[in-house]
Design a protein around this ligand. Structure first.
Ligand code: PMP
Length: 420
């Protein structure tokens, strides 16, 4: 059943939003790091553990059959959420697990060597950078990057020059976890396909906010994390085209991914089980499916329109405060409601603590994107990221608090009160 979008009703689903920080209402603007969990997700995980908990795919008993059915139903639900077939969806521990699986498996397969190139962007989360660094180091391949322009957009002219006949992999974020900008997936896919390179999409930051149709996107492989889409920790998914998954060897091996094993060798199950060695995060998969169902129970067009309003309010509000420098400040791209910024003369950690004293939770640091911060001459920034439950009033509370930062720390003139 689809319900009309109603932020108050959405908020009522999140027990944690009743929290107070030093007597002030919590304003949670750190969903880019991890989302809060609606009651439906908490209930689903607990109910599974209370009523159906059992090892999947192996027991002959009723509970095991129930658990297996719930686990595989979860796969169907989460696959549908990204427009995919269940056999194309591999459970992982998260996006990091998925990216390591892809890079590691390509390495095992001997698909890269001297003279080959892997192309990433300057805007990677370390999870979509270090696995490729490791793969390059182990295979002799060269790691190259598409630069980020001053406004945060990818330099697509450079991309067109970089992606050539040596390129074997092009890996990039759908949305940067620092810039909030939606990258031009179709253009990058066209460049990569033109040279027969594999494309890997890090959909961590887009999955909670944008409609995803991974097969239609043109990419070959994609990953996302459950805990960022209102689901639990410890689970994520890797999606791949049939023929791409089929051609990849397992990265981790062990129980549950084999057909026959002798003392000398093993035969493997087809995807997705080939990539799911060992005991799986079963209750987490069930709860992730509950998260996806919960999200899908809302009018997502209306939710996205609401988040777009928050995005504009947040970015324009920050722009109007003296001494604030936005990372990725452009109107030329589609964006999510996530914005990193630096406050002139005040360290990001001090800003974070000051905002916390007003009940506002933001992320501070390099957000696992050191090269991108270096590119902007920074070691750290403050990042505010909204979610489906964020209200315009919360954005205003955040902006008012940011307005007071420099005055509080005795830097420049305070603009507190400048905002109506
Ligand atoms: N990629 C991006 C863009 C991210 O924002 C994150 C999480 N911050 C990751 C990858 C890694 O996700 P996880 O830690 O859930 O594996």
């Amino acid at each position: 059943m689809t319900l009309p979008f109603d932020v108050a009703a959405v908020r009522a689903d999140f027990p944690i939003l009743e929290t107070e920080i030093d007597g002030q209402p919590l304003v949670y603007l750190d969903s880019g790091a991890t989302s809060q969990k609606p009651r439906a997700v908490l209930d689903a995980e607990r109910e599974f553990l209370e009523r159906a908990n059992s090892a999947v795919h192996r027991g002959a008993h009723t509970l095991a059959a129930d658990a297996t059915e719930l686990f595989e139903d979860a796969r169907i639900t989460v696959a549908e959420f990204v427009g995919a077939e269940p056999e194309q969806l591999v459970w992982t521990s998260g996006a990091t697990g998925g990216l390591n699986l892809i890079a590691g498996s390509l390495g095992y397969a001997g698909r890269l060597g001297e003279g080959d190139e892997i192309v990433v962007t300057e805007a990677e989360h370390h999870a979509n950078l270090i696995p490729w660094q490791e793969l390059a180091a182990r295979t002799g391949a060269r790691l190259r990057h598409i630069p980020v322009l001053d406004d945060g957009m990818l330099d697509m002219h450079a991309a067109a020059d970089l992606i050539g006949e040596r390129t074997k992999v092009v890996a990039f974020p759908h949305v940067s976890n620092v810039l909030g900008i939606v990258n031009p997936v179709a253009k990058l896919v066209t460049l990569a396909r033109g040279v027969g390179a594999l494309t890997v999409l890090d959909a961590c930051q887009s999955a909670p906010h944008l409609a995803l149709d991974l097969p239609a996107s043109g990419v070959d492989l994609a990953v996302f994390s459950g805990h960022k889409i209102y689901g639990p920790y410890g689970i994520g998914a890797l999606w791949g085209r049939d023929e791409v998954l089929e051609a990849l060897p397992p990265f981790t091996t062990g129980g549950s991914m084999i057909t026959t094993v002798s003392l000398d060798k093993a035969e493997y199950l087809p995807p997705p089980q080939r990539f799911e060695a060992g005991t799986q995060p079963v209750s987490q998969a069930v709860a992730l499916a509950a998260a996806v169902r919960w999200l899908g129970g809302h009018d997502l067009d209306a939710a996205r329109a609401h988040e777009a309003l928050l995005e504009t309010r947040m970015r324009e509000g920050l722009r109007s405060i003296d001494g604030i420098r936005l990372l990725g400040d452009t109107d030329a791209a589609e964006r999510i409601a996530l914005q990193a910024f630096a406050v002139d003369g005040v360290h990001a950690h001090d800003v974070g603590q000051f905002l916390d004293s007003r009940g506002v939770a933001v992320r501070v640091g390099h957000h696992c994107a050191q090269p991108l911060h270096r590119r902007f001459g920074l070691t750290a920034s403050v990042r505010a990221s909204a979610a489906i439950h964020t209200t315009e009033e919360e954005i205003d509370t955040f902006l008012d608090a940011v307005s007071g930062v420099r005055g509080f720390f005795g830097v420049g003139a305070s603009t507190a009160g400048a905002r109506a």
